[in-house]
Design a protein around this ligand. Structure first.
Ligand SMILES: NC(=O)c1ccc[n+]([C@@H]2O[C@H](COP(=O)([O-])OP(=O)(O)OC[C@H]3O[C@@H](n4cnc5c(N)ncnc54)[C@H](O)[C@@H]3O)[C@@H](O)[C@H]2O)c1
Length: 392
């Protein structure tokens, strides 16, 4: 028995780093640096241990996980010796990862959307029974998909299910179907990407009615993390931000995917939300450019033009060079543990306490990172208080 973690995009950079990292930590080859839940505040609250996590999922890429880990070792994303040391364990996880066809946005999947939904549900069900799992958390780590225009069909589960058999191309993305399948299969769901998924009204209702937790969207790992730390500083000092220009250079597969205009649009929608909502009238622009030689080392260069006392103009610039997968992977492990804890406590629906992990937290009330962390710590206090009551 264990907790299933089922990745959509299980052979991608982030998923491979999560799986290799968890295997390395549980065999004492690495520590949990970068994992929020390894901090002192989280001690003794009954978080699921990494050895209890059983990984699996799907990918359109058939490259074995072990080979992908070697590649990431050569690129210095992972310590170079880990892939060799964990070869057997990685091969074991690979047995739980299925190569699937997927479908491009705009195309109709083989047999139609309903047939695709059924296939996805059967795979998840098989993962659960094959591994005798207590609970399964589906985590979306798939390539970013275009933003589609939702219609009234997405307002209720009934309307959505009625529309699926007759829907034409471009009705929805694979991510939407995966999220729907996860919830219909009684799984918790986390959307680490900018794609549309469980935030749509029909899916929110399924999660509420089925008493399932979900969280999203788009992991906050680098430049946006800094924006949500620095933005509140300018506000607190009553310094007026006039313009905030962000340039991101990225060279991994995620960067290549985001080079396509429709996927880039989907990502930029999430990246600018925080600053726009925090800074009101400031001129905010972010761009992402694909620079192959940078690999996973995403470089963000930001220029902040602001006004001080008596209208005096000033600027601030910063350069952030982060290894994208090494920043994202520990947060994915945190999200799995925290969603599982909330689930065990009977919490369901969108989990607002997980706001600090996302660029666009759907039910969070603030973009201020420190306020978001205060919300998470306040939730921990209620968890502890509940546990104390149960012990009495
Ligand atoms: N790394 C970060 O810091 C970060 C932060 C926030 C969000 N994200 C998002 O997380 C996701 C994963 O990032 P990554 O760097 O691992 O990207 P990646 O390109 O390395 O991995 C994505 C994986 O999804 C697979 N895939 C594509 N279409 C699929 C489909 N239809 N079904 C199943 N699998 C499919 C690809 O083959 C690939 O293995 C991206 O959407 C990215 O935007 C990453």
């Amino acid at each position: 028995m264990g907790i299933g973690v089922y990745f959509i995009g299980a052979r991608g950079n982030v998923a491979t780093t999560v799986i290799t990292g968890a295997l390395a930590i549980r065999s004492n080859r690495a520590t949990g640096t970068g994992m929020v839940t390894e901090g002192p505040e989280f001690r003794g609250i009954g978080l699921t241990g990494l050895p209890d996590l059983v990984f699996g999922g799907v990918d359109v890429n058939s490259k074995p996980l072990h080979e992908k880990a070697i590649e990431l070792g050569e690129a210095r994303v992972l310590p170079s010796q880990l892939a060799a040391a964990l070869r057997d364990e990685l091969t074991g996880v690979d047995r739980n990862i299925q190569t699937v066809q997927g479908f491009a946005y705009g195309a109709i999947p083989k047999g139609g959307y309903l047939a695709e939904l059924t296939r996805i549900e059967e795979r998840i069900a098989r993962f659960r029974t094959d591994n005798s799992l207590d609970r399964v958390i589906v985590v979306n780590l798939c390539s970013t998909e275009p933003h589609f225009a939702e219609t009234a069909d997405f307002d209720t589960p009934e309307a959505l299910m009625a529309a699926l058999p007759k829907a034409g191309g471009g009705f929805c993305t694979g991510t939407l179907l995966n999220a729907l399948a996860a919830l219909r299969q009684g799984c918790a769901y986390v959307n680490f990407t900018p794609s549309q998924a469980s935030e749509l009204p029909a899916l929110r209702k399924i999660a509420r009615d089925s008493r399932l937790p979900h969280a999203g969207k788009d992991g906050k790992t680098g430049e946006t993390l800094l924006k949500t730390v620095l933005g509140p500083m300018f506000l607190a000092r009553n310094l007026k931000v006039l313009s905030w220009m962000g340039n991101n250079f990225l060279g991994n597969n995620d960067g290549a995917v985001l080079d396509a205009p429709a996927s880039k649009d989907s990502k930029l929608r999430q990246k600018d939300v925080a600053l726009r909502e925090m800074l009101g009238g400031a001129f905010v622009r972010t761009d992402i450019q694909y620079v192959p030689s940078l690999g996973d080392w995403k470089t963000a260069w930001d220029l902040i033009h602001f006004e001080g006392f008596l209208g005096t103009p000033m600027t601030m610039q910063f350069t952030w060079q982060g290894c994208d997968s090494a920043l994202a992977a520990p947060l994915v492990l945190d999200l799995v543990r925290l969603v599982d804890l909330a689930w065990q406590r009977g919490e369901s629906g969108m989990l607002a306490q997980l706001a600090p992990f996302f660029k666009n937290p759907l039910d969070g009330h603030t973009h201020d990172f420190h306020q978001q962390m205060a919300g998470l710590y306040a939730w921990l206090d209620t968890v502890r208080a509940g546990q104390t009551r149960e012990r009495k």
